[in-house]
Design a protein around this ligand. Structure first.
Ligand code: ACO
Length: 329
C-alpha cells in the first residue's frame, strides 16, 4: 500500500573538483597497480580537490545548480542540511558557510555526521521536518573532501576515496510523486572497523597525534565489505516493504558507490539486472555522503530517471550506519 508522499525532489545538482587522480597516478605514489584497484574496487579514477579548497566551495556550486534546476531562489530556502565528515572546520557547521555563500538568508542550517549514510539520513530528517515543522523548501547536500583525511602512504585506503558534492532541493509532495519510504540504522559496536581516531576530543590535535597519522582514515576492508552487503540488502528490503512495492517495480537502484563488488553483490541478492543499477564508482571512487546525490543528479540529467520512475537508494558507512529510501519521480 503506497502512502501519499509528503515531500518530493524538485531539483538536483553536483560539483566535483577538476583535478583527476587516475590509478596510474596512484601507481607512482604507493605500491599498487591499475589492475589491482580495478579488479578489487572497479575504480579507475577519482576527483581530488586542490589543497585548501574547502567543501563549502563545491557545496555552494552544487547547491546553486540544484536551485536553478528546481527553479527555486536561494531566499526561498528555509532549511539547509549538509551530510559530511569533512566540513571546512570543526565549527561552525559548513551548512552555515553554504547558506552565506548562496544567499539563503532565511534558512536554518546545520551539518549531520553519518559518514556514507549522510545523504539518506538527511533525507529522512528533511521529510520529518517538513511534515512536523512545515519547512517548504529544503536544500539537502551530501559532500566530502575525503582527500583531506586520506593517508596517501596507505595503499589499503588511499585508492578508494574521492571528493565531490551532490545536492537536492526538496518541497512538499504533489500527487503520487515523492519520497515513499526512508529507513535508517546504526550499530556503534563496529565503530572501530572504519574510523578516524583523531583529532577530536579523544585524541586532540598535537604534533604527536598528527605524526601518528591519527587524523586519517583507518579501515578493516574485509569486515566492512561483509557487513555492507548484508546491511544494505536488509535496509533495501525494509524500504521496499514500507513503500508497498517489490524490487521488480524499481526502474533504477542507486547504491552507495563504495566498491563495484559491493554493488554487484547487493544487485545479485535482489536478482536485479545490471542495467537497473546505477554505477559511476569507476569515475568518482567512493565520495561517501556525496555518492548517492551525485549519482542521482547524473541519472536524472542523462535520462536514466524520468517522470514516473521508481528509484531505490541504499547505503552503508562508518558508524556503522546504513539506510535506504524509495522515491517516485
Ligand atoms: N594495491 C595492491 N595491493 C593491495 C592494495 C592496493 N591498493 N591494498 C591492499 N592490497 C593487498 C593487501 O596488502 C593484501 O596483501 P597480502 O595478501 O599480501 O596480505 C591483499 O592486497 C588483499 O588485501 P585485502 O584487504 O584482503 O583485499 P580485499 O579483496 O578485501 O580488497 C578492499 C580490499 C578493496 C578494501 C575491500 O576489502 C573492500 O572494498 N572493502 C570495503 C571497504 C570500503 O569500501 N570502504 C569504504 C568505506 S565504507 C563504505 O563506503 C561502504
Amino acid at each position: 500500500m503506497n502512502k501519499r508522499p509528503c515531500m518530493e525532489v524538485l531539483g538536483t545538482g553536483r560539483a566535483v573538483p577538476e583535478k583527476i587522480l587516475t590509478n596510474q597516478d596512484l601507481e607512482k605514489m604507493v605500491d599498487t597497480s591499475d589492475e589491482w584497484i580495478l579488479a578489487r574496487t572497479g575504480i579507475r579514477q577519482r576527483h581530488i580537490a586542490e589543497p585548501g579548497v574547502p567543501l563549502s566551495f563545491f557545496a555552494a556550486r552544487a547547491a546553486r545548480e540544484a536551485l536553478a534546476d528546481a527553479g527555486v531562489a536561494a531566499e526561498e530556502i528555509d532549511l539547509i542540511i549538509l551530510g559530511t565528515v569533512t566540513g571546512d572546520s570543526k565549527f561552525p557547521a559548513t551548512a552555515c558557510v553554504v547558506q552565506d555563500l548562496i544567499g539563503a538568508s532565511k534558512a536554518a542550517a546545520f551539518d549531520i555526521s553519518a559518514a556514507c549514510s549522510g545523504f539518506l539520513y538527511g533525507l529522512q530528517l528533511a521529510e520529518s521536518m517538513m511534515a512536523i515543522q512545515g519547512y517548504r523548501r529544503i536544500l539537502l547536500i551530501g559532500g566530502e573532501i575525503l582527500s583531506s583525511m586520506v593517508n596517501w602512504q596507505d595503499r589499503d585506503t588511499c585508492v578508494l576515496f574521492g571528493d565531490g558534492v551532490g545536492a537536492v532541493v526538496l518541497g512538499p509532495g504533489q500527487g503520487a510523486c515523492g519520497i515513499l519510504s526512508t529507513t535508517i540504522h546504526s550499530d556503534g559496536a563496529f565503530r572501530d572497523l572504519l574510523y578516524s581516531p583523531g583529532c577530536g576530543s579523544l585524541n586532540p590535535p598535537s604534533h604527536e597525534n598528527v605524526d601518528k597519522m591519527l587524523h586519517t582514515i583507518r579501515m578493516e576492508g574485509r569486515e566492512v565489505f561483509r557487513h555492507a552487503v548484508t546491511s544494505m540488502a536488509d535496509a533495501l528490503n525494509q524500504a521496499l516493504d514500507m513503500a508497498g512495492v517489490v524490487v521488480e517495480d524499481l526502474d533504477l537502484l542507486i547504491p552507495h558507490q563504495a566498491n563495484l563488488r559491493i554493488i554487484e553483490a547487493v544487485g545479485k541478492r535482489f536478482r536485479l539486472s545490471p542495467d537497473k543499477i546505477y554505477v559511476n564508482v569507476d569515475r568518482f571512487g567512493n565520495t561517501s555522503a556525496a555518492s548517492i546525490p551525485i549519482a542521482l543528479d547524473e541519472a536524472r540529467k542523462t535520462g536514466r530517471i524520468a517522470s514516473g520512475s521508481l528509484v531505490g537508494m541504499v547505503t552503508f558507512g562508518a558508524g556503522f550506519t546504513w539506510a535506504a529510501a524509495v522515491v517516485r519521480f
